[in-house]
Design a protein. Structure first.
Length: 315
């Protein structure tokens, strides 16, 4: 049986209670856009933390008509959306390119403007094919991103016309969310997993994410570990679901190590030394250590020896 120990269960109850208060703030921001108390809402935070799910389920529960767009969006495409859904809420997911494009920024400034007369209609103009087109937009905008808006002059003006909110639940909160989401079981492809089977998957995922120093990600569970468990259970995978889960986490760890802001040589060295320490603590033989190093970093055996030697000299 994999039911949670009473202490862990009580801890999750406490964590989820606090998390629900934070989710309430997020939902209120969505409601403000729906009620036109504000023209827009910019939600940002790490991937795999349920940002999009919370926004869309809140809109669904209100019954508000909205148009959802994910991925690349050109300024012309954005202008067309404003015209086609001029009185609806637009949910723009992962469209950072629009916020970085100069024409896109000007369209956003017009669409986010506040009319203090009480009329929420904003006039948005766009010149193309030698003529000026006009949209009277009275809807709302909700943008979802992994990235915080930068503070140059134009972006500062955009930020002043929207309500930014950072959504960054802790790993403890994400773990509690995972357990809570599968407490009644989970089904996919006609196969239903019991609550105990789901808890087994969740606890293994949490353990491996901690081992590889990877932030918990709900996608790793619902788009990875649980479907892999189902495939293993019905015999459609020749390898165990745990192997698939570990490979997915390792791949995420590798991406995270060298992503984000550019790192100096000293920062890269320190990062790789930490990887060596972790690998040596979890693998007994040299061949296992070198294999783990190459799999995780893509670097040579020589690089592993160099970082190992640096650690010995630092003692």
């Amino acid at each position: 049986m994999n039911q949670l120990p009473p202490a862990r269960f009580q801890e999750d109850v406490t964590v989820l209670f606090e998390l629900e208060r934070q989710i309430g703030v997020l939902r209120d921001r969505v409601r403000d856009v729906v009620a036109r108390r504000t023209t827009s809402f910019y939600l940002f935070g790490p991937r795999g933390t349920s940002k999009t799910h919370i926004v869309r389920t809140t809109l669904d529960s209100i019954g508000e008509p909205y148009e959802y767009h994910a991925g690349h969006l050109t300024p012309m495409g954005f202008f067309d959306l404003l015209g086609e859904y001029s009185d609806d809420v637009l949910v723009l997911d992962d469209v950072l390119s629009l916020f970085r494009d100069r024409i896109g920024q000007q369209l956003l400034l017009a669409a986010l403007g506040t009319q203090y007369s009480g009329d929420w209609t904003r006039v948005v103009k766009y010149r193309r094919r030698n003529r000026e087109e006009v949209v009277n937009f009275s809807g709302g905008l909700i943008a979802i991103s992994n990235i915080q808006l930068h503070d140059d002059d134009v972006m500062g003006a955009i930020k002043s016309r929207t309500k930014p909110l950072e959504w960054a639940p802790t790993d403890l909160q994400l773990a509690a969310m995972m357990r809570d989401a599968v407490k009644a079981g989970w089904a996919r492809d006609g196969v239903t997993l019991t609550a105990d089977e789901c808890i087994e998957v969740v606890e293994f995922l949490i353990e491996q994410c901690r081992h590889y120093n990877v932030r918990l990600d709900l996608r790793l569970l619902f788009n990875g570990a649980l479907p892999d468990f189902v495939a293993s259970k019905i015999g459609e995978h020749e390898t165990d679901w745990r192997d698939h889960t570990v490979f997915a986490i390792r791949e995420q760890a590798r991406r995270l190590q060298y992503s984000g802001p550019a790192k100096t040589r000293d920062q890269v060295k320190e990062l790789e030394q930490k990887i060596v320490q972790r690998i040596r603590a979890s693998h007994n033989t040299r061949p296992e250590q070198v294999e783990a190093w190459q799999r995780e970093t893509g670097k040579s055996e020589r690089a592993f020896d160099r970082r190992s030697a640096e650690l010995r000299l630092a003692k």
